[in-house]
Design a protein around this ligand. Structure first.
Ligand code: GRF
Length: 193
């Protein structure tokens, strides 16, 4: 099997990106990260990528908060194509994906979301779960479509909500699960059994 050629998009810390790159380096995931791209020039994910010796690029600054101007999203697509990316991995990417990217990578964009979808779409999903009094929370890897956190679910991982949990402690527990689930899903997509 040929390695999956990944492009990772992220806006923040990049801990999911690191878990994927570490799986690749450990030889448990047959993939390569061809480029890491952020909408935030100062995002730690870009620093992590450079430390791993990977291509890391920031997009031009957008005037919007939750989406990109079509021309900036076109630029994003051209960076992905220039790096021969086959699968786009959203790892803490805080923008709604629009037509330029959706059309360029049909059924080839996946996202990780910190809830057991379809529950708790949108921002700070772990906080929503805590406030709703749920006894379990978790994370979901899903295909990305034009809706927000709505594409077909690929896999989920559950964690308990424990007495005394804060938003931070619950999110930290969910992230531990994310760091297992995301590489595991990519392993499946790479054709490994
Ligand atoms: C994760 O909780 C992910 O589920 C959400 O954003 C967070 C990104 O974390 N979409 P990181 O940047 O990978 O550390």
């Amino acid at each position: 099997m040929k390695p999956l050629k990944l492009g990772v998009l992220g806006s923040g810390r990049g801990s999911n990106f690191v878990s994927i790159q570490e799986a690749i380096l450990a030889g448990t995931l047959n993939a390569t990260i061809e480029v890491v791209i952020s909408d935030k020039p100062e995002a730690p994910i870009l620093e992590h990528a450079r430390k791993f010796g990977l291509a890391a690029e920031a997009l031009p600054v957008s005037k919007f908060k939750t989406k990109l101007e079509p021309e900036i999203e076109e630029k994003l697509v051209s960076i992905l194509k220039a790096h021969d990316v086959e699968w786009v991995v959203l790892a803490g990417y805080m923008r709604v994906v629009k037509a330029p990217l959706l059309d360029a990578y049909p059924n080839r964009i996946i996202n990780i979301h910190p809830s057991l979808l379809p529950k708790f779409k949108g921002l700070e999903a772990w906080k929503q779960a805590l406030e709703a009094g749920e006894s379990k929370a978790g994370c979901t890897v899903h295909y990305v479509n034009a809706g927000v956190d709505e594409g077909e679910i690929i896999a989920q991982s559950e964690v308990p909500v424990l007495p005394g949990d804060t938003a931070e402690s619950l999110h930290a527990r969910i992230q531990v699960a994310e760091h297992q689930l995301f590489p595991a899903v990519l392993r499946k997509l790479s054709g490994a059994s």
